[in-house]
Design a protein around this ligand. Structure first.
Ligand code: SF4
Ligand code: SF4
Length: 357
């Protein structure tokens, strides 16, 4: 059976207040109130954007969705998780401060922020999924505890996956640090000997005692390391590195498997938005401003995370006459994530597109 995908058109360069109003209209049109029961804790997942980036969805848009969740008698909170790479979103304190600097205050959005994997990414839950690439997934404990998830994704290109939207917003965006490490890298973190000053912080923090201090630098025992990634976050000297060495095919498949883990047990409790606005070749995690490469198209909504991605790519092709993500990243087959997500039962690539009237 086809999944329902709801679409509202936007004009190129439409202002933020108008986009916010349309997000609100689309919430109603897609019947997203049915996803939320009275007093549900609703995790509203978006990205606050990296410092210096301008593409992320803006607070008034998030507030419009938060208001609809409240109208539906849910209790919304904004959820994000710590990044694997070192930046302004590596730990919860910097991340929330940064979100406020980007305007995501309670006053502007109507919802508190919870960093879903704790101070340094340590708050994970292990979910058994028994998929081809991941037997277990290490996901945000807060996301797992939430009664419902509303994903608000900004559609962009991505250097490693070709395209990033709903699957990435949930699968990567709601995994804990160890989950992100497992998705991006197949090997144990490495110590950069020249930077390490043997302060010992990582050794005291490591949950399994995998790090010992040599005379001149820390040493990680790969036989003990469980890949939680926390040593990256606690080192204040940027002396812990990971190898971003996973293939694009496996990365995309792992993102889908993690998405499955996060929404496991949440049947009918996930609502997704894809914003086809300010579409750039690079994602919003890049610390640079990028101008849009194609005209704004609209907003899509669905409870099916696969159908929404397929509809997104189809609509972009139809509106531009080009395969934007393939042209942007010719060496990356971005469709792997969508095909595989369907294969593992996340949703349906067959959909009915229902335009807003
Ligand atoms: S926290 Fe960083 S500098 Fe300190 S011992 Fe560990 S790797 Fe070295
Ligand atoms: S050495 Fe391994 S187990 Fe220890 S903190 Fe680093 S990633 Fe986690």
């Amino acid at each position: 059976m086809e999944s329902k995908v709801f679409f509202i058109k936007v004009e190129n360069g439409e202002d933020i207040s108008s986009l916010a109003q349309k997000a609100s209209q689309l919430f109603d049109f897609a019947n997203f109130k049915n996803v939320i029961n009275k007093n549900d804790m609703v995790a509203v997942k978006t990205s606050f954007g990296e410092k210096g980036n301008i593409g992320h969805l803006k607070p008034p848009i998030v507030k419009a969705v938060v208001d609809k969740v409240k109208e539906s008698n849910g209790k919304p909170f904004l959820i994000e998780t710590n990044t694997l790479y070192i930046g302004r979103r590596t730990n919860a304190v910097d991340h929330i401060s940064h979100a406020h600097e980007h305007g995501f205050s309670y006053e502007n959005t109507g919802a508190p922020i919870i960093i879903g994997d704790g101070l340094f990414g340590e708050h994970d839950v292990q979910i058994e999924i028994n998929q081809k690439l991941c037997k277990y997934a290490y996901v945000s404990g807060v996301a797992r505890a939430a009664n419902a998830i509303v994903s608000i994704a900004h559609v962009t290109g991505h250097l490693a996956t070709g395209m990033g939207a709903t699957l990435k917003n949930i699968g990567m965006g709601l995994s804990a640090r160890g989950g992100k490490l497992a998705q991006h890298s197949g090997i144990t973190p490495q110590i950069l000997k020249k930077r390490c000053n043997t302060c010992g912080t990582c050794g005291r923090w490591c949950p399994v005692g995998a790090i010992t201090m040599d005379e001149h630098y820390a040493v990680i025992d790969p036989k003990i390391c469980i890949g939680c990634g926390e040593c990256l976050a606690v080192c204040q000297f940027d002396a812990v590195k990971i190898a971003w060495n996973e293939s694009t095919a496996n990365l995309q498949k792992k993102i889908a498997e993690y998405c499955l883990a996060i929404i496991k047990g949440k049947l009918g409790k996930v609502a997704c938005f894809n914003f086809l606005t300010h579409i750039t070749k690079h994602c919003d995690c890049m610390d640079k401003p990028f101008e849009p490469e194609i005209a704004d198209i609209g907003i899509i909504a669905s409870t099916d995370p696969v159908a929404i991605e397929k509809a997104t790519t189809d609509i972009i092709k139809e509106r531009t006459g080009k395969d934007f993500f393939k042209d942007a990243w010719p060496n990356v087959n971005y469709t792997i994530q969508i095909n595989y997500a369907q294969e593992i039962g996340l949703g349906n690539m067959d959909y009915e597109l229902i335009p807003y009237k």
